[in-house]
Each structure stands twice: as C-alpha cells, then as structure tokens.
Design a protein around this ligand. Structure first.
Ligand code: URA
Length: 434
C-alpha cells in the first residue's frame, strides 16, 4: 500500500477502506509517514468528508494506537464528560464533584488550554501541590476510594491523535467534523468509561460556530460511542458569551467553589443541573434526567458537592486550605476597570474576543510551551441581557503585565451595548441521545 494512493483516493472523493485507514494511522504514529503526507490527507478529508464507516475505522485505529485504560477494577458505572472547549468553562470542576457526591463514579482524563480556550488541568494546578500525573493504579484506587479523580492524559494514550492534532493545529485542518469527532471519541474511548456525556459548544468562542454544525458533530460522536457499546449522549450549549463570570485559571476555580456553595452564576448552574441530571441517569443513580437534576441541586444545597471537591484536591496533593478559604489565591498586581462607553442593554459579549484577551493578560497559551499566570484573567460584571449605565464597570481585567492597554480596549470592544431590551442567553439548547 502507498500513502500517496490513499491521499489521491480521498482527494477524488472515494471512501477509504479499513485497511487504508489502519495503514495510515499506524504509519503516521510510527513516524513512517511524513507530516506533509498526513497534512495532505487531513486537508483532503476536510474538503471531501468521511462516511460513517470511515469515521468509525479512523476512531478505532486512533483509539488502539496506544494504551487503553482498564477501569474494570472500579465498581459501578463509570461516567465521563467532555466539553469541546470554550471560554470560562469550569464545568468539570463543579459537575465532577457533584455527580460523584451523588454516587456516580467519575474517572476523568482532562486536557490543557490552548489559544483562546482554557483547560481543566491548568485550573486545577492553580492550587499549590495539585498532582495531575497519577499512575493508572493510583487513578483507579482513588476512584474506588473517593469516587472521583481528574488527571492528565498520559503520553501513551492515543499517540496518533497527539501527532495528528498538533499537525492539524498548524495546517488549517482542525475544523473538520470527521477529524474532530474521531479525535475526541478515540481519546474518550481509550480512557475507559462506560458512559460519556459530550458538551458540544457552539458560538463565537467554540470550534463550531453555529448550532447546525454542533448538532452534526454531536450526532456523529453519539453514533461512534453507541456503535462501541458506550452509553453516549450529548448536549448542545451556547458559547456565544463566556460561561459564568470568571475567565482565567484561579479566578475560575474560585467561581467553581462559589457554585458548589450555592452562589454560582445562573448559566453555569443551569448547565451543571442539566448535565448532572443526564450523567446521574447514565450512572443509574437516577431513574430519569429530571430526578437526576433534583439530586444535583440537593448536592449543591447540602454542600456534599463542595466537600467532594475538597476530597478531590486533598487526594491529589492539592493544598485544600485554598478551597476552604479562596481568599488565599494570590491576586494579580493590577486590576483594571473596563467601563461602559454608553448606557443600554448588553446585546453580545464576544467569547472569542474575551478568550483571546484573557490569554494576552497572561491566562492562556498561544503555543503549548508557554507558561501561564494563574492569577490573570477577566471577571465579567455584566452578562447578555443586563442593563448597563454609561461609565458603569463591565468587567475587571486581572493582570501582572504592564503593557496591555490594547488588551483593555479589546475587552471593551467585546461588549456590544444596544438600546433595546435583550433576553439573557439560554445555555442548554438541545439534548441528543439515541
Ligand atoms: N478537541 C479535540 O480533542 N480534538 C479536536 O479535533 C478538536 C477539539
């Protein structure tokens, strides 16, 4: 078999066979196929697409390109949740402890932030001492002991995706539904949970810019999961404005803590309630999503979710005094007030603009090797639908940098204020299950 024939077949719109896809994934992972040929094939897939069988073959080949985690030593149904990435998305830090406090087992492998999006691992590392690199045995033992662990993916899981994703990132081939679906699902399937909830985001701060493409991606991933006998469901959620009010690592951890104490922003609480209700029904802790939602709200009310967050940090070496007393998180040296230039109603907050601005303040990485400033970020004082007076504070920019006047302007420009009343955004738009 020759790689060039596979590239030409896809270029001309032919469906690839399982053998061709296996040949490519094995060869690329083993460094036998060069980047330029992999890039050409990724671009051909982006333009020509893939049918269901091809996507299933690609997912399966990537999933088996490295280790798969065996969670069978953990008793009960293991649930997992994956977000396609957004701005201010601290959901896992709230949802994980809640579903675990309610009796589900959460064995989760998370990622780091890149570009305008944040990552759960970076947020967790804003707590001193927190270890995200547990061994497989420590991971399994911890979930058996306290019902939850969140760690980083080891280099041995899905090496094909690691190489291919890095290549796609620099060759303009990220935005392909077959490539995104197989990338996400191969990692999720390799990490072993029985049930998966996918939070597929759409809007300016997400990969999928509109709900139709988010739905197509969600349905593709649900089909892949179901074909491999994992209970896979999805929700389509709004990323046209940032989630909650905090963007930036320790700022988001503080918001997650507040949410678990019943003081969370409405949109985050709505998302956590819906997603948690679904996950509890997947874990068979609740007999319906609605019953699951009630159990989730109770775990916020009685603080059992908050106690589980403390247990999670304590088990992985994090200094839990920061969780119990969030005023211990260091603040940035400068906090700039971003004020409204005119009065009216907030019509739009450009998530992408806020995500990029937070990154420039120090909260994110432009490339994987950049270091991040845990204290940097943005607090939104106004959300879509809120009334605002001229000169009122729209947001606070937290930074340790000095030459960022331009970034303050970008934050200001991300807010669109209009005269007419505007409804607040709904977060969860659709629920997709087989
Ligand atoms: N997240 C992933 O893990 N893979 C993609 O291709 C896009 C988003």
């Amino acid at each position: 078999m020759r790689t060039v024939d596979i590239i030409e077949a896809k270029r001309d719109g032919r469906a690839l066979t399982k053998e061709e896809i296996d040949f490519f994934v094995k060869g690329y992972t083993a460094d036998e196929i060069p980047d330029y040929q992999a890039a050409a094939l990724a671009m051909a897939i982006l333009f020509r697409g893939m049918n269901k069988d091809e996507i299933a073959y690609l997912t399966d080949a990537m999933m088996h390109s490295g280790d798969t985690i065996d969670l069978s030593a953990i008793k009960g149904i293991k649930v997992d949740k994956h977000s396609t990435g957004g701005v201010g998305d601290k959901t896992s830090l709230v949802l994980g402890p809640l579903v675990s406090a309610c009796g589900a087992k959460l064995a989760k492998m998370s990622g780091r932030g890149l570009g305008h999006t944040g990552g759960t691992l970076d947020k967790m590392e804003s707590v001193p001492g927190m270890r995200i690199g547990l061994s497989e045995k420590e991971f399994v033992d911890q979930v058996n002991r306290i019902g939850i662990s969140i760690i980083g993916q080891t280099a041995k899981i899905d090496p094909a995706d690691k190489k291919l994703y890095a290549l796609r990132d620099v060759t303009g081939t990220v935005e392909s539904i077959p490539l995104i679906a197989s990338s996400i699902m191969s990692k999720k399937l390799a990490s072993g949970s029985d049930a998966i909830l996918l939070d597929v985001k759409f809007g300016s701060g997400a990969f999928m810019k509109n709900i139709d493409s988010a739905r197509e991606l969600a349905k593709t991933m649900v089909e892949i999961g179901d074909s491999l006998h994992r209970d896979t469901r999805a929700i389509l959620t709004d990323m046209d404005e940032p989630l909650g009010r905090a963007v930036g690592n320790s700022l988001e951890v503080k918001e997650a803590i507040a949410t678990l104490k019943g003081e969370g922003p409405e949109d985050l609480v709505e998302l956590v309630k819906r997603a948690g209700g679904i996950m509890l029904s997947q874990a068979k802790v609740a007999s319906s999503v609605e019953e699951g939602e009630k159990i989730i709200l109770k775990a916020i009310d009685d603080r059992s979710g908050f106690e589980k967050l403390c247990a999670l940090f304590e088990a992985q070496g994090g200094d839990v005094s920061y969780i119990r007393d969030p005023s211990k998180f260091p603040l940035a040296s400068h906090i700039e007030e971003i004020r409204a230039k005119k009065g009216g109603y907030v019509e739009r907050i450009d998530s992408f603009g806020i995500g990029v601005a937070a990154m420039k303040l120090g909260a994110g990485r432009a490339k994987m090797t950049d270091t991040i400033d845990m204290a940097a970020g943005i607090i939104l004082c106004k959300k879509v639908g809120d009334k605002v007076k001229e000169g009122e504070v729209l947001a606070y920019a937290h930074t340790n940098k000095t030459d960022v006047e331009e970034v303050y302007k970008e934050i200001s420009d991300s807010f669109i204020v209009c005269k007419e009343k505007v409804p607040a955004h709904t977060v969860v738009h659709e629920y997709i299950a087989k």
